[in-house]
Design a protein around this ligand. Sequence first.
Ligand code: ADP
Ligand code: MG
Length: 348
Amino acid sequence: ASKAARRPICDLPDELVSQIAAGEVVERPASVVRELVDNALDAGATQITLRLLAGGVRLISVEDDGCGIPQAELAVALRRHATSKIRTLDDLESVATMGFRGEALAAIASVSELALLSRPAGQDSAFLLDARSGELRPVARAMGTTVEVKELFFSTPARRKFLKTDTTELAHCVEAVRRHALARPDVGFAIWHEGKLVQQWRIALTHGAGAGALERRLADVLGEEFLEQSVALTHQEGRITLTGRAGLPDTARARADQQYCYVNGRFVRDKVVAHAARSAYEDVLHGQRQPVYALYIDIDPARVDVNVHPTKIEVRFRDSREVHQAVRHAIESALAAPRAGAVAAAPP
Ligand code: ADP
Ligand code: MG
């Protein structure tokens, strides 16, 4: 299934480790989900299936059809600062993968019972490595990887106490997958909870351009109403390209809970972008209403630092003014041509 060229997993050199924004990544089940789905996407998966028990506290299993991990590297994958994604400081400065710190599996394994099952192309059988016991045994599996995380925070009851109800934790897990799904219409996602399918976002079967696939995915994830009540935006300014859709002013909400922003495919929360978007709506939004949008910013990787926060949800732009202007202009011009990019709604 995967076309991603796979490189061996190696320990990062110490100089590079010291350059990496380190820290805790495992806060709740959704943090685990985010990291495991990142890994599946980096492995070139086209279908990712998440299975949860008790909101993810009892089990989080993420199954993919990506490039897999050779038997000999399973143990390496669990080592802190071991990664197949970067080698040098130069790589770090132009990182194109979701991961690069080589810490997630190690961090998750330290607060759970983790098993890694994988089968790369050209290996006769899959192998399962139990992180706790170190036991390695052959298992049946098609090409790809499954990571099973059981009993999260079982050894740290203080952490476990901070978890909310299963329903709330499940909602956070679904939101974590939703963020990925909105960036990757070329990948199918399914989420099961307690044996029931709770969400499924299929690969859009559209003929033609990629924009069609993105619109289908946006409608699947955010609802048909979002597609009908938003305008398409495409904007280029300097070295920045923006695409996506901006909700019409009427669709603004009390909470800023439908503002999806991606920088080079990575979901981010960024004050500069949020402020720019807000100011683009300044004249058309009243009070504290929050606009709805899905914004995809493509920028030279050398002009954005993704290595500022351990969860990589924050980035730092080298020139935040140019980003602010581009975002503002992109949304303003989309809104100024009302409905121009909107998908025609059915006649009343
Ligand atoms: P990082 O993603 O920063 O490299 P991780 O701890 O998340 O660090 O993963 C360590 C390594 O294990 C990855 O670099 C990758 O080579 C391998 N790996 C993890 N998950 C998968 C997966 N689902 N498919 C293939 N390889 C994986
Ligand atoms: Mg990772």
